[in-house]
Write a protein that binds this ligand. Structure first.
Ligand code: SF4
Length: 347
């Protein structure tokens, strides 16, 4: 007898074979996919959209869930929810659902277990790197979050690759995930509602911009002074600011580029830092986000106080830059990348 393996719901070729052997009409497949990805139905409800004779084969041979939701922490101050997922091989990863008062329900997702970039301001960077997440594991964060927010009358309309890991060091799975998020028959998100955030891997940034023109790209700059950036982010030694600037010019000609600037007291918030930033970005049409630092156990770094952050942002605006002063969401649930998993690992 032929033995059939379980195929992923995101493996379109293999799924087509399951459809074909059950002679499911394309319009029923459309109903099935819509139930899963647009209406955020559970597995059984989605299976009910298929002809009765096909349901058991689909139930047995199509994989729907790839992560186990281990914990959910809801912020009492701003509606953020931090989710801890467990992979099939026992790793923990995080996602954060954000419900800003004005704006779309968003999710910040992980692309790797841990991270090999070792940024000094990041709890994930302290964990080291375990492995890349698969396409299934990346997308399952969005699928499960969508089901979670459905009873609130919400749906995830914005996806940010800014959780654990450097997305552009897992390019194949991340690029494939972005294509699924865009695809009308799957998540159907518009290009402007998906953002990939990177520490600055120039060749991968160029590939991203070529593959997904008009899609926002966020660069974690954090300093426009090479020596300061190298101390904060070891990757900066490999990819110096000059090289990164050339890539930024090209990327900003294609789509929206955001510059993330985390403000760290006494490290990157002085007059020389401000001037270096202005000089570095002059002439490039970017949007600047000034971000507060979420302090965490094990880090000596301290965040810049709010009045100084406001002043820094005002000076950037006065210099002609499109600048947003960000506030921390989910500060009571350790929403900064990697904090909760690090705590859980210690337990
Ligand atoms: S900030 Fe991002 S790239 Fe840097 S260590 Fe953390 S997860 Fe990795």
């Amino acid at each position: 007898m032929e033995t059939r393996s379980v195929v992923s719901i995101y493996d379109t070729k293999a799924l087509e074979a399951v459809r074909s052997r059950n002679a499911v009409q394309p319009h029923r497949m459309k109903l099935f996919r819509n139930a899963l990805f647009k209406k955020a139905c559970g597995r059984d409800e989605a299976l009910d959209t298929l002809p009765e004779n096909a349901r058991s084969d689909f139930a047995e041979h199509v994989g729907f869930g790839f992560l186990e939701l281990l914990e959910r922490h809801d912020s009492k101050i701003d509606g953020a929810s931090k989710l801890i997922f467990k992979t099939n091989d026992g790793h923990l990863i995080e996602s954060v659902v954000l419900r800003p008062a004005t704006g779309r329900t968003s999710i910040c997702i992980s692309s790797q277990v841990g991270c090999a970039c070792y940024c000094g301001f990041c709890a994930t960077g302290m964990m080291g790197f375990s492995r890349n997440l698969t396409l299934d594991e990346i997308l399952d964060q969005v699928t499960q979050a969508n089901r979670m927010v459905k009873p609130e009358g919400r749906s995830i309309r914005n996806v940010v690759f800014m959780g654990m890991g450097e997305p552009l060091l897992n390019p194949d799975a991340v690029f494939a995930a972005v294509a699924f998020l865009r695809a009308p028959q799957f998540f159907d998100l518009s290009a402007s509602h998906i953002t990939v955030s990177t520490v600055g891997i120039p060749h991968a940034m160029e590939r991203f911009v070529e593959t997904f023109p008009k899609m926002p790209l966020a660069l974690s700059l954090h300093s426009a002074r090479q020596e300061v950036r190298e101390k904060l982010m070891p990757q900066a030694r490999k990819y110096p600011l000059d090289q990164l600037r050339e890539t930024l010019v090209r990327a900003s000609a294609s789509g929206k580029v955001m510059i993330e600037y985390l403000m760290l007291s006494g490290i990157n918030d002085g007059e020389a830092d401000l001037q270096a930033l202005i000089d570095y970005l002059r002439g490039i049409p970017v949007h600047l986000n000034i971000i507060p630092f979420n302090e965490f156990a094990g880090s000596q770094l301290r965040g810049t106080a709010q009045p100084e952050r406001e002043q820094f942002a005002a000076r950037l605006k006065a210099a002609g830059f499109d600048t947003t002063l960000r506030y921390s969401l989910g500060s009571d649930i350790a929403a900064a990348c990697g904090q909760l998993v690090q705590k859980k690992r210690r337990q």
